[in-house]
Design a protein around this ligand. Structure first.
Ligand SMILES: *Cc1c(COP(=O)(O)O)cnc(C)c1O
Length: 558
């Protein structure tokens, strides 16, 4: 197993990989072999190694041909118009809604599908229309996307409380001296806003709370156990230790934007109230289209403020009169639906249905597990570990597994961190596409990188914002490197990435040359500075030391 490149050829490594993961790798029941699928439907990758499927997965070239053929041979009119071309559009939209419900095993009798401009727009809609009152709580796991955290603004502005939670394992000794572990919920309340425009309670006097968590974290890949839905709905008092937040009814919002591509939530078993998804995360195209799947009962509670063409039955321009449309989709879909994009999604669903999401999950997991094992085994010549992976040790009661995502940081042989921007720049020179930073998930970032509020604030004060080059501040990483796999990822992608890490960052015994200026005083040449120019025509950065790889191909030291 510990055959680590570059001592191993790719072919030999693949044999080893298939021995261990052959049962999970590829799609034996699909018409095409994975290598065939990759060669014929993703020709444009042409040697590139694309490992940012958590950012956006890739559309297949056949999928795009099918969409093009569809749009160029069908007359699609505005679904709001009453004509045969609009009927075509309406039918296509209704079919698309069914496909969306089906992927989450949601019965059309219990759930509706509202199209939105993305997962973010779906989350915003829930935040805007949720029946907040001054007794409500918006509770969310620390590990959440910024687009979920933003719901907090609606809650706080309406006088509700916000509560971030995380889970810890605690060991307890019983009277017989044996220790049992149990899960503790750590609570991080966010104070109410004094200037909030307090919303009165629902006319029925009922308090509604909202609990939001991702099905899969886009940072660590951890999949949250969906039993949390029932646990919080039925037992919030015990879980929250009888705190003031446990009053009233709990509604649950699942952010399935990341998780849906490999493990869609099964809504026949786990009755969440709101579920958001995003189509470019599922099959690459179209962008700017997402959906809110909403339970019928939950939909009745939502109260939208804005009305528009699309959601209005009648309004009068110069008096305060509006009659809204009835029906769940009609009350929430503002304007004209993105009907051509909606018409395109069935060509993406065709792929998922052919391969099946369970096979995609197995396939991508095999690549992620292999890559993780390889990274964990890497050592510098002096024995120092090369890679720290985040989210490895998880609590079984809270997490049900892990998706095909690996977030990590690399260390030099002296134990200092390699900045994530440095990794990103070198990766891009090797044609490897990966993502670095906090991935819009500040809670996970702070938790895994061990950044305190003080660290975060001092980093912000030092001028660090998302996307900048301050990747290490006060000796600590400000973000991480993330690789993630998609249904068309192959063993070769994983291997090329590991090979890149070894070549660029692992100090093997014969790899190092000493660049210490003090050592070179005997020769007539003095090394006075090292400036690395990772990208042609862009400014370089000055470093004190720089490990060279055995090929030295990526670096020009001037
Ligand atoms: C991508 C992503 C989002 C945002 O989705 P958009 O469709 O781009 O708005 C939200 N949450 C998670 C977990 C994501 O991965």
């Amino acid at each position: 197993m510990n055959m680590i490149p570059p001592n191993t050829s790719m072919d030999a490594a693949k044999k080893q990989f298939l021995k261990e993961f052959g049962e999970s790798y590829g799609y034996p029941n699909a018409p095409k072999h994975i290598d065939d699928l990759r060669a014929t439907e993703f020709e444009r990758l042409d040697g590139n190694v694309y490992l940012d499927h958590a950012g956006a997965t890739l559309y297949s070239e056949l999928q795009m041909e099918a969409i093009f053929r569809d749009l160029t041979t069908t007359v699609y009119g505005n679904p709001h118009t009453q004509s045969s071309s609009s009927l075509t559009s309406s039918n296509i939209v209704e079919d698309a809604r069914h496909q969306v419900l089906k992927i989450c095993n949601a019965s059309p009798k219990e759930y509706k599908c509202i199209f939105t401009s993305g997962a973010t727009a779906a989350l915003k809609l829930v935040g805007e229309a949720f029946p907040w009152s001054n007794e409500s709580t918006f509770m969310y796991t620390i590990e959440n996307h910024n687009s979920v955290l933003g719901i907090r603004e609606y809650a706080l502005n309406k006088g509700a409380a916000a509560l971030a939670i995380d889970f810890e394992e605690t060991a307890q000794s019983d009277t017989f001296g044996s220790t049992k572990s149990s899960i503790k919920v750590s609570q991080h309340p966010i104070p109410k806003r004094s200037e909030a425009r307090v919303s009165n309670r629902d006319p029925t006097g009922h308090t509604y709370n909202l609990f939001a968590f991702p099905t899969e974290s886009n940072f660590s890949g951890m999949r949250f156990n969906l039993d949390l839905i029932d646990m919080i709905k039925e037992d919030s008092e015990r879980i929250l230790g009888g705190s003031q937040h446990s009053r009233g009814s709990w509604m649950v919002l699942l952010d399935a934007a990341k998780g849906c591509s490999t493990e869609p939530p099964d809504l026949s078993k786990h009755k969440a109230d709101f579920i958001v998804i995003s189509f470019y995360k599922l099959f690459g195209y179209p962008t700017g289209l997402g959906a809110l799947i909403v339970g019928n009962e939950a939909a009745k509670l939502l109260k939208k403020t804005y009305f528009s063409g699309g959601t209005v039955a009648a309004s009068i321009a110069d008096i305060d009169f509006v009659k809204r449309r009835e029906g769940v989709e009609e009350s929430f879909e503002d304007g004209t639906l993105s009907f051509l994009n909606i018409a395109s999604i069935r060509h993406g669903f065709n792929i998922l249905n052919t391969l099946t999401t369970s096979a995609i999950s197995r396939h991508t997991s095999s690549l992620a597990r292999y890559t993780k094992n390889m990274l964990l085994a890497l050592r510098h010549a002096n024995g120092v570990e090369v890679c720290k992976i985040y989210g490895l040790h998880s609590l079984k009661a809270v997490y049900s597994g892990v998706g095909p995502v690996i977030s990590f940081n690399l260390k030099r042989s002296d134990g200092s961190w390699v900045g994530h921007r440095e990794v990103e720049k070198l990766a891009s020179l090797s044609g490897i596409h990966l993502r670095t930073g906090c991935f819009c998930n500040p809670g996970a970032c702070a938790k895994y990188l061990g950044l305190s509020h003080l660290d975060l604030i001092s980093n912000i004060e030092a001028g660090h914002v998302c996307w900048d080059d301050y990747d290490i501040l006060n000796g600590k990483p400000t973000g991480a490197v993330r690789v993630s796999f998609g249904y068309m990822s192959t063993f070769e992608d994983a291997w090329k990435f590991i090979d890149f890490v070894v070549r660029s960052f692992v100090l093997l015994p014969t790899n190092s040359i000493n660049l210490n200026p003090l050592r070179s005083t005997e020769s007539s040449h003095h090394l006075t500075s090292i400036v690395v120019y990772p990208i042609k025509s862009c400014s370089g950065f000055r470093v004190d030391t720089w490990p060279l790889s055995s090929t030295g191909r990526e670096l020009i030291v001037i």
